[in-house]
Design a protein around this ligand. Structure first.
Ligand code: NCD
Length: 337
């Protein structure tokens, strides 16, 4: 995959070599993210950060990643604050906004919208989530985290057993992550969701055609011999009504007792976040916060490294980041989470 000057719209663009390339560049970004050094390699560059759907960590970490490389960020949030609310097409919006920056990160509630926008764009567009469809940068940061956690436990992504739990129908993060994992060897998937919220058939077919073992169930029962437990939120904003979504709230909670009952003591717990911590949902209980296998904040930190890597690659500066670095002036003792 040629990164320079190109869009990042779907995980389908990636193979194992291009994933490795992203990970190699991400590894080099740690001193900057940890504020041990600063680089101005993107001095003068502008990121258009367009978020037409709610977001905290994806939006802020795209912006942070760009700032950490020395660039500036222009942000548009919410449909109501843009001319899309006046009926402007995605194509026209893209023609206009791509004249104002060097790269665009975009999130939008409709599946396929970011690709449609990219057709009108004169600069690279990175998909920050298009409805229930895809979330390629989240999948890359999840996979990066899985690789690090596996290395810590002396394993690899090949041969991994992952349990995915919750809303597997509307959860774009599990769609994109499953597709990336299908590129590896002998991955075992245990997919646990209410049957109405099961993983879409096309993704199941892709996993099976690639020779992976897939178990689909609507119960978390017995001992799940998984290396990773990937919990998700019920994507209530994608349901026809709040009442529909409420039917599934709290169905698959995870707390220390449930974890101990069903998982190994070394099973790594992941979640793309936000976790729904309201009492009737509580899908990832605070009593897991001190569990060393809870990797959710390692995921969010890794998101900055992976997004820095994607910007550096897309803008063709991945080989010269350190040429433009220097020590920081301020006290910095930031640690990895
Ligand atoms: C996810 C998303 O927006 O798809 N969050 C994220 O990007 N970190 C998952 C979610 O909202 O539940």
């Amino acid at each position: 995959m040629e990164f320079k000057g190109n869009h990042v719209l779907s995980v389908n663009q990636f193979n194992r070599d291009s994933i490795q390339k992203v990970f190699d560049v991400a590894n080099q970004m740690a001193p900057y993210a940890l504020r041990q050094k600063r680089t101005t390699v993107l001095d003068g560059a502008i990121l258009g950060n367009l978020f037409f759907e709610p977001s905290t960590r994806t939006r802020v970490s795209f912006g942070t990643a760009f700032n950490l490389l020395g660039g500036e960020v222009r942000e548009t949030t919410g449909m109501d604050n843009s001319a899309l609310a006046k009926g402007e097409s995605l194509y026209d919006t893209a023609r206009v906004l791509s004249g104002y920056s060097d790269v665009i990160a975009m999130r939008h509630p409709q599946a396929g919208s970011v690709s449609e926008f990219a057709e009108g764009s004169r600069i690279p567009v990175i998909n920050g989530g298009d409805g229930p469809n895809e979330h390629p940068t989240q999948a890359l940061l999840d996979l990066y985290t899985i690789e690090k956690e596996r290395q810590y436990h002396g394993g690899t992504i090949d041969g991994l057993h992952i349990a995915m739990i919750g809303d597997l129908k509307f959860g774009r993060t599990v769609h994109s992550l499953s597709k990336l994992l299908s590129l590896f060897n002998n991955v075992k998937f245990t997919l646990i969701s209410p049957s109405e919220l099961a993983m879409p058939d096309d993704i199941l077919a892709r996993l099976e055609n690639a020779g992976h073992e897939v178990k689909v169930t609507d119960q978390l029962e017995g001992s799940v011999d998984a290396d990773i437990c990937y919990q998700t939120r019920i994507q209530e904003e994608r349901f026809p009504s709040q009442d529909e979504a409420n039917k599934y709230r709290g169905k698959f909670r995870l707390n220390q007792t449930i974890y101990t009952k069903h998982f190994q003591s070394k099973t790594v717990i992941m979640h793309p976040l936000p976790r729904d911590s309201r009492a009737d949902a509580n899908e990832l209980d605070n009593d897991l916060n001190m569990n060393p296998n809870l990797a959710i904040f390692r995921q969010t930190d890794n998101g900055v490294l992976v997004r820095m890597a994607l910007f550096a690659l897309t803008l063709g500066v991945d080989n010269i980041v350190s040429k433009f670095d220097r020590a920081v002036n301020w006290y910095s003792n930031k640690s990895q989470s």
